[in-house]
Design a binder for this molecule. Structure first.
Ligand SMILES: Nc1ncnc2c1ncn2[C@@H]1O[C@H](COP(=O)(O)OP(=O)(O)OP(=O)(O)O)[C@@H](O)[C@H]1O
Length: 299
């Protein structure tokens, strides 16, 4: 006989943010006490969340709940989308950009409550080659910082590990040139780019301030000047919460672009994703993300 209770699929990374085992167990209990049968998959390595989310597409689930960092969330999205199964998120990672962007509470009980009672909201997803991204793609310097960040240091000191990696990357070599081309054939040279589907970057910082998860467009920030100094100046402005400006950067919205560059790295949603050349685009409504009712995104 089938269980008449509602079933949740929970995909959780037990090593997110250092050690998330206890919090995952608490979340499981929360959902069970709320009357749900919980089908839990604990990830063991990169790739597991994607496979588990792909399998959940054909299951009889009320919700897919992903517990972990933005990297595990990205994997789950790549396994799930396009789908009408609502995806809720419990932020257990180091940086948790989505939680900040979308107003998902950091407190576990509140996040669990939202996972059950929040509004499934259609969001647009970015594409980097074949892979989907929810928050942002970073090309060049930023992706090298991600690639070089020490996991051991990240577990010990959290976000500070990214600052250490940024310094080492900057000392190593100046940003490499790349060519950005739009669909109408217009091209220009840059020295790094951030392609934002969302507004926030690396925490509460913002580079693509006008982006919106619900809007099917990509906000591009192209770093236009060669050398380390302009990049440092831009990093400082972002750190101080100031907007980036021409001529250091070019900011624009688009729905598709191509980037080319010799040995230039790419990251999506905070995890390495190969290198250029790569096409980037955006598709509306490929995912129903469970968000706070009536707010969508925080101001
Ligand atoms: N059990 C696991 N062991 C090792 N790596 C894992 C495991 N589960 C998932 N991963 C991979 O580790 C990467 C980072 O994990 P995740 O994003 O969940 O947490 P985090 O690194 O603490 O947080 P953040 O993404 O905010 O830095 C993900 O890309 C994921 O593919």
């Amino acid at each position: 006989m089938t269980d008449p209770r509602k079933t949740l699929k929970l995909i959780a990374n037990p090593v997110a943010g250092g050690d998330a085992r206890l919090r995952i167990e608490e979340a499981r209990k929360f959902f069970e006490e709320a009357g749900y049968v919980v089908d839990l998959t604990l990830t063991e390595k990169r790739g597991d969340a994607r496979l588990a989310a792909a399998a959940a597409r054909t299951g009889d689930f009320e919700r897919l709940v992903v517990a972990g960092g933005d990297g595990t969330l990205n994997e789950a999205i790549n396994g799930l989308a396009p789908s009408t199964l609502p995806l809720a998120f419990l932020p257990l990672g180091t940086t948790n950009v989505l939680a900040l962007e979308a107003g998902i509470p950091k407190g576990l009980a509140d996040a669990c409550r939202l996972a059950l009672a929040g509004t499934p909201t259609p969001v647009a997803l970015g594409r980097a080659g074949e892979a989907r991204f929810l928050l942002m793609a970073g090309i060049g310097f930023d992706a090298e910082v991600v690639a070089r960040v020490s996991t051991t240091l990240k577990r010990r000191v959290g976000k500070l590990a990214y600052a250490v990696s940024a310094l080492l990357t900057l000392l190593r070599h100046p940003p490499a040139p790349m060519e950005l081309c739009l669909d109408d054939g217009r091209c220009r040279t840059g020295y790094g780019a951030i392609i934002g589907n969302g507004r926030l970057y690396g925490g509460r910082f913002s580079i693509t301030r006008d982006a919106s998860l619900q809007e099917p467009s990509l906000d591009v920030c192209l770093f236009c000047r060669p050398g380390r100094l302009p990049l440092l100046r831009s990093a400082l402005r972002v750190g101080l919460g100031r907007p980036l400006r021409a001529p250091d950067v070019a900011l624009f919205k688009t729905t598709a672009l191509t980037l080319r560059g010799e040995g230039v790295a790419v990251q999506i949603d905070g995890d390495s994703h190969g290198g250029l050349p790569m096409n980037f685009s955006v598709t509306a409504g490929e995912l129903l993300l469970v968000l706070p009712p009536a707010s969508g995104e925080v101001a």
